[in-house]
Design a binder for this molecule. Structure first.
Ligand code: CU
Length: 200
C-alpha cells in the first residue's frame, strides 16, 4: 500500500530536452517581435508617405517612387482629381501627369512662368518620353515608377509636348500642351482652367 503522505516528485527533464524547449520558445518570441515590427513599419510608411507607394509593404519592396500602373486612375497620387497643376503646401507648384498609349493626361497643363515647377510623371503601360518644344527638356515616363524633375519656363507662352519615345503605332499622335502664364494670372485660375487649354 502506498503511503498517502508520500509526495510525488517529478524528475526534471533531461538537460537536452529543457534547452530545446527554451530555444523553441525564444524563436517564437523573436518571430512575434519581428512580425509586429514589420507591421508597425508598414503602417508608419503608409501614413507617412501616402502618395509614394500603394502600401507600406510596397514601399519596403520597391522604394518610395514606386506605383502600380494598373491602379493609377483608381487610387493614390495619380487619381484624376490630382492630375495637372496643383499648389503645394510650401507655396510651389507640382504638375502630375500620366503617359499612356497614346496620350498624356491631362492634355493641357497651365503653369506660372518664371518659377520652378516640380514635375512628377509615370506611365500606365510602356516607356514614353515627354519633350518640351523649344527646350532641351525631356522627361521619361516609366511604368511602375514616378520620375520627378524640376523645370522652369522663363517666359509666358505655349509649349507643345510630344512623346519622343516610340511607344506603338499611335506614337506620332501622342502629345500634350503646356501654357506658361504670368504668376498673378495663374493664381486666379480655377482648378479646371489650369488643365484646359481652351479656357486660356
Ligand atoms: Cu510615344
Amino acid at each position: 500500500m502506498p503511503n498517502s503522505n508520500s509526495k510525488v516528485v517529478l524528475a526534471p527533464p533531461p538537460a537536452e530536452e529543457q534547452s530545446g524547449g527554451e530555444v523553441k520558445s525564444s524563436a517564437r518570441k523573436m518571430i512575434r517581435v519581428a512580425l509586429i515590427s514589420i507591421t508597425l513599419v508598414c503602417v508608419w510608411l503608409t501614413v507617412r508617405f501616402p502618395f509614394q507607394a500603394e502600401s507600406g509593404l510596397e514601399y519596403l519592396l520597391n522604394g518610395p517612387n514606386s506605383v502600380n500602373p494598373q491602379t493609377l486612375h483608381l487610387r493614390g497620387e495619380f487619381v484624376e482629381s490630382n492630375l495637372g497643376s496643383t499648389d503645394d503646401a510650401g507655396g510651389g507648384v507640382t504638375v502630375r501627369m500620366i503617359a499612356e498609349q497614346y496620350l498624356f493626361v491631362p492634355q493641357c497643363v497651365v503653369v506660372p512662368a518664371g518659377v520652378p515647377i516640380r514635375f512628377r510623371i509615370t506611365s500606365a503601360d510602356v516607356v514614353h518620353k515627354l519633350t518640351i518644344s523649344g527646350t532641351e527638356d525631356q522627361i521619361k515616363a516609366v511604368p511602375g515608377y514616378v520620375v520627378e524633375t524640376r523645370l522652369q519656363f522663363p517666359r509666358a507662352g505655349v509649349y507643345e509636348m510630344p512623346c519622343h519615345e516610340f511607344c506603338g503605332p499611335g506614337h506620332y499622335t501622342m502629345r500634350s500642351r503646356l501654357i506658361a502664364v504670368p504668376p498673378e494670372a495663374f493664381r486666379n485660375l480655377s482648378r479646371e482652367a489650369r488643365r484646359d487649354c481652351a479656357l486660356q
